[in-house]
Design a protein around this ligand. Structure first.
Ligand SMILES: [Zn+2]
Length: 557
């Protein structure tokens, strides 16, 4: 999932420490083994070679609709073709096109105050929601609603139609708490939220430069929100918010218009679908689906120093983007400094702006290719009786949209899929990621399991049995699978798009870490031995399900 929280981190911006051109520290990419040819067996070396390809900077973070994601899908298809899988996308190809659009704020958007101040797009104001029908303001009267930090004195929600309502947000206020308050001014022509200065430069850049979405429809009930800078708020209100009582009609007005443009994404977003045909004539029209997502979140518009970010996250944000973003304490800063000093002793700073997504979900992507290879080269009993459907999804970070599109537009009958196994972020989970030790997170046996027994207990038991036969079995951790778990992982991974259709579905992960959704999620930090173990376990689990009687509960109505 995409995350763009308030950026308060003490990371040193690159221009402060930029090195002379050509002094980039060497990447620890494995030398491309001359004539490297992958093996039939599942090996750490094969996984490593492919992952360094998929997660290379040249893939630009593989955002859906971008050249990087397009190249990644081409690579997956080329591997499916090389391995002899049947194309199972659109019209006999490996590709299933998934409609995506690029939406960004219309650069011609303008707002002018009655005192003649023209607000600058992106600096003074920034429209928020692209679902709002285009807004035209003609001397819209301004009214001050108050501060979100003082809800008892907020202006009443009446009489705001056709008005420009301004809502103040004190510095450091948790913006997630604003949402529930906004609905009260739903009838306003526009709600100006005084928090633009608190947005991360990345968030602003994405609204201005565009992001991929699948649904561009307009919603007349959508809230017409505009971020305002504190300076712009004073210009709109005629004075500082703090000097005005909530509910005051300031006598000033705002004119102008704003909207979002919609254009087809630059590079078609596509799922990649291939079939390894089963060996049993009676079962080969049934499928076990294996999936992962090849898209990630792209690149940042403002590079940071790689090591500084990692040192900061190691201390302050141990699960990366899922950790609250806050300043470091003095004590933490000392620890960060110590880590950085030790790194500076061995290498200079490295500017970094690409979210490589090596673990998310390069690890799952190379795993399904490696499993496809093992099955494609298998003989006899090692060949599955049912067919294996390999689906490399796009659009996961944009909201599970590739898997949703596939399950809504399946290229094989949906009721012929007897089980779905999704792998997302299976390349980490080592002790350095989770310095808590024991059998929990951070140990070689740690594996998060979501959904395995929710629709079919048998399905889950087959996977547990296959796992039990591994040289070092994983300990299936169902913590995040608990019904009502606050993080709601069950609905946040691609397997859910299949579970919606009653297909027994599981998602495997080795858990989050300090590089989650960061520019530092690179191939050099992946634990390839552990990745190979997960891949082998999933291979064996898929084989078991492909060869067994159909798991109870998988008969879709
Ligand atoms: Zn992911």
């Amino acid at each position: 999932m995409k995350r763009l929280l308030l950026t308060l981190i003490a990371v040193m911006p690159v221009n402060a420490v930029c090195q002379a051109p050509g002094s980039r520290p060497p990447r620890t990419a494995p030398p491309k083994a001359p004539g490297w040819v992958s093996e039939p067996a599942i090996t750490a070396a094969d996984l490593r070679q492919r992952l360094f390809l998929i997660a290379d900077d040249s893939m630009m973070g593989r955002e859906t609709g971008s050249l990087g994601a397009f190249k990644a899908s081409a690579y997956v298809a080329a591997e499916f073709r090389r391995l002899g899988l049947e194309p199972a996308g659109d019209s006999g190809t490996y590709f299933q096109k998934v409609p995506f659009w690029d939406v960004k704020v219309d650069p011609s958007s303008r707002l002018v105050t009655s005192s003649g101040t023209s607000l600058r797009l992106g600096t003074d104001f920034l429209p928020v929601s692209f679902a709002v029908p285009p807004r035209v303001l003609t001397q819209a009267p301004v009214v001050y609603a108050g501060s979100v930090a003082d809800t008892t004195n907020l202006m009443a929600p009446t009489g705001v139609a056709e008005k420009f309502v301004v809502l103040d947000v004190p510095q450091g206020f948790d913006r997630r708490a604003i949402g529930p308050l906004l609905g009260r001014y739903r009838d306003a022509l526009t709600i100006g939220i005084v928090a633009l200065d608190q947005l991360g430069s990345e968030q602003i850049a994405r609204i201005r430069e565009g992001r991929p979405v699948a649904d561009t429809s307009r919603n007349p009930r959508a809230l017409a929100l505009v971020w305002l800078s504190r300076q712009a708020a004073a210009a709109v209100l005629g004075k500082e918010p703090a000097a005005i009582a909530p509910g005051t009609a300031t006598g000033t007005t705002v004119s102008g218009q704003y909207d979002f443009t919609r254009a087809a994404v630059a590079w078609p977003a596509r799922n990649v679908v291939g079939v390894l045909r089963g060996s049993d004539p009676a079962l080969r029209t049934e499928y076990v689906s294996l999936s992962a997502h090849h898209d990630h979140v792209g690149f940042d518009h403002h590079p940071v120093d790689h090591d500084s970010l990692r040192a900061f996250n190691r201390i302050v944000r141990p699960i990366g983007a899922d950790s609250p973003n806050r300043p470091a304490t003095d004590e933490e800063n000392a620890k960060i400094r110590a880590i950085l000093d030790s790194l500076r002793a061995i290498r200079p700073p490295r500017p970094d702006s690409i979210r490589n997504g090596a673990d998310d979900d390069g690890s799952g992507t190379v795993a399904i290719i490696e499993i496809a290879e093992a099955f494609a080269r298998a003989q006899g009993a090692d060949r599955p009786r049912r067919s294996i459907l390999f689906v490399s999804h796009t659009g996961e970070e944009a909201g599970l949209l590739g898997s949703r599109w596939y399950s809504d537009h399946p290229t094989v009958p949906i009721d012929s899929i007897v089980g779905e196994i999704d792998q997302d972020m299976i390349g980490r989970g080592t002790a350095s990621d989770f310095p808590r030790g024991g059998t929990g997170a951070g140990s070689p046996t740690y594996l998060e399991v979501i959904g395995a027994k929710r629709i079919s207990r048998e399905f889950g038991e087959m996977l547990e049995a296959a796992n039990a036969k591994q040289p070092v079995p994983f300990v299936f951790d169902y913590t995040y699978d608990a019904a009502g778990h606050p993080l709601q992982y069950y609905c946040r991974a691609d397997h859910y798009s299949y579970a919606r259709y009653g297909i027994p579905s599981v998602a495997f992960s080795r858990g989050e870490h300090l590089d989650y959704h960061q520019v530092t999620d690179e191939a050099q930090y992946i634990s390839y031995q552990d990745l190979a173990r997960v891949t082998q376990m999933v291979h064996d689990g898929a084989l078991a399900v492909a060869n067994a009687p159909r798991p109870a509960g998988s008969e879709t109505t």
